[in-house]
Ligand binder design. Structure first.
Ligand SMILES: C[S@@+](CC[C@H](N)C(=O)[O-])C[C@H]1O[C@@H](n2cnc3c(N)ncnc32)[C@H](O)[C@@H]1O
Length: 299
């Protein structure tokens, strides 16, 4: 589990009071969820932007932390990053202890306002629509979390993301068939313009059944106001997500053997579905250590 830092939780609590979460938060959040369900992404008003920070950002923050950890385990690194569709700054918070020059791009005024409340005034945030962004700078990393899902003209957007990046592109999406479709679209485009899948894929040609979708799951703690907002009783929630990291450098496919489904634990053996250099393979292991591996781990 990845907990939000204490100062951010403190600021979120202040915001929860500002929008009177107990009384109105659930109403704001259910409106927000409805627009996500209907793929109807209107400009959020300030209360909805707060509801996003309280209700969705703990999950996007956890997913971002998870993906950054996976990247860190490869011993690769970067020193500057552009966060497109930065929202209220989940990535900025996740990079808090890293020496990385962070730049955001976020078109929504209310999301930028909440971003500043949570992260202070010192961050460069381009306030443009990504479609109109004409910056000549390039960034070692371009990072797009939960962004492609809600943007029109996905192909042109993805192309622009790759054009702005020098070394790595990170795409994180909801763990749904649609989210995975966006990952595949990015993967196809990348193959045509000289970028390589780096994580979690170990091969360009995925042999996953076309009705299936490659996704992962992370458990995150729910604070009291987080639960109130969602009318939830459990003290945690499971967030499903898809991700892919591309590299400009032609690496031999990183043989990370990612476990792409929840392992099936039987008495005496464990069944794993694993992404290998030769496509997805079912591996059965009987050793004691195999019990410790989880969905998303490298076998
Ligand atoms: C679901 S939020 C994700 C926020 C953040 N990346 C996260 O993971 O929590 C998507 C964000 O993209 C922004 N966005 C959508 N279309 C955009 C565009 N054309 N240009 C810039 N930002 C955009 C929205 O305003 C919203 O803040």
């Amino acid at each position: 589990m990845f907990d939000l830092p204490k100062d951010v939780l403190f600021n979120l609590e202040r915001l929860s009071k500002a929008c009177d979460v107990n009384k109105n938060g659930a109403k704001f959040y259910s409106k927000l969820s409805e627009s996500y369900r209907n793929q109807d992404f209107k400009e959020l008003d300030f209360s909805q932007a707060i509801a996003y920070a309280l209700g969705r950002m703990p999950a996007t923050y956890s997913v971002i932390k998870y993906v950054l950890e996976k990247f860190k385990n490869t011993r690769e690194s970067f020193s500057n990053i552009l966060d497109v569709g930065a929202g209220v700054g989940a990535l900025k918070i996740a990079l808090k202890d890293c020496e990385v020059a962070y730049t955001a791009l976020e078109k929504s005024e209310t999301m930028r306002k909440v971003f500043r409340i949570l992260n202070g005034e010192n961050t460069t945030i381009y306030s443009e629509d990504f479609h109109k962004f004409r910056n000549k700078n390039r960034y070692q990393v371009v990072f797009a979390s939960y962004f492609i899902n809600e943007i029109e003209n996905k192909k042109a957007t993805l192309r622009k993301i790759f054009e702005l990046a020098e070394q790595y592109v990170f795409i994180l999406e909801p763990g749904t068939p649609n989210g995975y479709k966006n990952i595949l679209e990015a993967k196809n485009l990348a193959a045509n313009i000289g970028w390589y899948p780096f994580l979690p894929c170990a091969t360009q040609n995925c042999n996953l059944n076309s009705k299936d979708w490659c996704h992962f799951s992370i458990r995150l703690p729910r604070t009291k106001y987080h639960a109130n907002l969602k009318n939830a009783t459990l003290p945690y929630e499971d967030e499903k997500f898809c991700y892919i990291i591309f590299s400009k450098k032609k690496t031999e496919f990183f043989c990370n053997n990612t476990i792409i489904k929840r392992p099936i634990k039987k008495s005496g053996h464990v069944i794993f579905d694993v992404c290998t250099n030769n496509g997805i393979q079912r591996i059965v292991r009987t050793d004691k250590a195999s019990k410790k591996f989880n969905w998303g781990d490298s076998l």
